[in-house]
Write a protein that binds this ligand. Structure first.
Ligand SMILES: *Cc1c(COP(=O)(O)O)cnc(C)c1O
Length: 401
């Protein structure tokens, strides 16, 4: 029995075409992109500049100078939240974010508060979207930054990004979006959407781990940022350190592929996700889908399988890889902060699982997943006293067959 990987929001398999692009830079072309005096350096620099074009192209950046290489989205988010706020501290020390952000935004924001900044964390509606009126009234004289993710990693909910950009721009507030999950999955246009800063990562788009990028707008406005790392002055001073050339080449190639294949992948993966949902919904009663189906990434399905623990379900589906509750806090077994923010009840949240599909999933794999999950839920519910009580209380239909 082969394993089925349905945890693509945690990380993805490296696309073989990405590995092919990287391989020369892991072998013969090992030069330092900052070496100006010989061909080893020049060819590395050329590869890095090509990757900059590929990433800039995927988000509609005006100039490749707006792309800064980092070690991943966590670092990109930290550069923004600490570095930009530090640069603009004289203008104000108020930041606005929202409840369902990744910890790589929420934790730096908590850190800012310990340094005397003030942070407003917006609530979300039951689908996980912020309310624009609440954002508008949260903006103050001293607000310098709004950080709202493009799409959520646990539930797939897509925020009203262009509308947020339209609120920020005329008020002179910088708009950052953690686009790690949206990058390559849905169209992004930093110009049309009024995005000033954008974080993304290689390993969520079939690229390598440990490399990411930060878009920093250079015009209208020119965004300034205090670096977190000081050193050789690489990346126009935003991020010192010898560039990870093979990783950057991989991220560039991954971005080019995901851009070229976005529409076809979204349609195919979206159809697989919809098949997964309708089949599980029809076979497992009661079950609820979390998030906002109208504004959702095509690949993500977050479910609460009532009367079953998400952790137990994961264990029972030995050949399937997916995650329960929150991927990042699942070690702690705390209910996910994202599901809490949606208002998912405390007794239901532990029953939640996230299935996230990707480029390499097949229709057969989805059928395998449907069968395994359905059978595991039947087994687990048969052993569940609360399920039995609910049946006897008449609040559930006893399933036959
Ligand atoms: C995965 C993820 C991150 C962290 O990215 P790394 O490149 O692994 O640091 C940040 N934000 C979101 C929304 C993510 O999904």
């Amino acid at each position: 029995m082969s394993r089925v990987y349905l945890d693509n929001n945690a990380t993805t398999r490296l696309d073989p075409r990405v590995l092919d692009a990287m391989m020369p830079y892991l072998t013969d072309r090992f030069g330092n992109a900052a070496s100006r005096s010989h061909a080893f350096g020049w060819e590395a620099e050329e590869a890095v500049e090509k990757a900059r074009e590929q990433v800039a192209g995927l988000i509609g950046a005006e100039s490749t100078k707006e792309i800064v290489w980092t070690s991943g989205a966590t670092e990109s988010n930290n550069i923004v939240i600490k570095g930009v706020t530090s640069m603009y501290a004289e203008q104000g020390r108020h930041v606005i974010t929202q409840r369902t952000e990744h910890k790589a935004v929420l934790d730096p924001c908590k850190f800012l508060e310990t340094q005397g900044s003030s942070v407003t964390v917006l609530d979300v509606d039951s689908g996980g979207r912020i309310r624009l009126e609440e954002l508008e009234s949260a903006i103050r004289e001293d607000t310098i930054l709004v950080s709202v993710m493009f799409a959520n990693n646990e539930i797939g909910t897509i925020q009203p990004i262009a509308e947020i950009g339209r609120l920020c721009k005329p008020r002179g507030v910088l708009f950052h979006t953690d686009a790690t999950q949206a990058f390559g999955k849905v169209p992004i246009d930093v110009q049309a959407m009024g995005i000033d800063l954008l974080s993304c990562s290689g390993h969520k788009i079939y690229g390598p781990k440990g490399v990411g990028a930060l878009f920093v707008r250079r015009r209208a406005p020119r965004v300034r940022c205090r670096p977190l790392f000081h050193g050789g002055g690489h990346e126009r001073g935003f991020r010192s350190g010898t560039l990870n050339v093979p990783g950057i080449v991989g991220l560039g190639q991954a971005a080019a592929l995901t851009g070229a294949e976005m529409a076809a992948d979204a349609a195919r993966i979206g159809a697989l996700r919809d098949r997964l949902w309708t089949a599980l919904r029809d076979r497992i009663e009661p079950i609820t889908r979390n998030g906002d189906p109208q504004h959702c990434l095509p690949n993500t399905l977050n479910l609460s399988v009532h009367y079953v623990e998400g952790e137990g379900l994961m264990m029972a589906c030995k050949d399937l890889a997916f995650s329960s509750g929150s991927a990042c806090t699942s070690a702690s077994l705390e209910p996910s902060h994202v599901l809490k923010a949606l208002g998912v009840a405390d007794d239901v949240a532990p029953s939640s699982i996230r299935l996230s599909l990707g480029r390499f999933n097949t229709a057969d794999e989805v059928e395998t997943a449907i069968d395994q999950i359905t059978r595991a839920v039947e087994r687990l519910r048969a052993m569940s006293p609360t399920y039995e009580m609910a049946l006897q209380a008449g609040s559930l239909q006893r399933r036959t067959g």
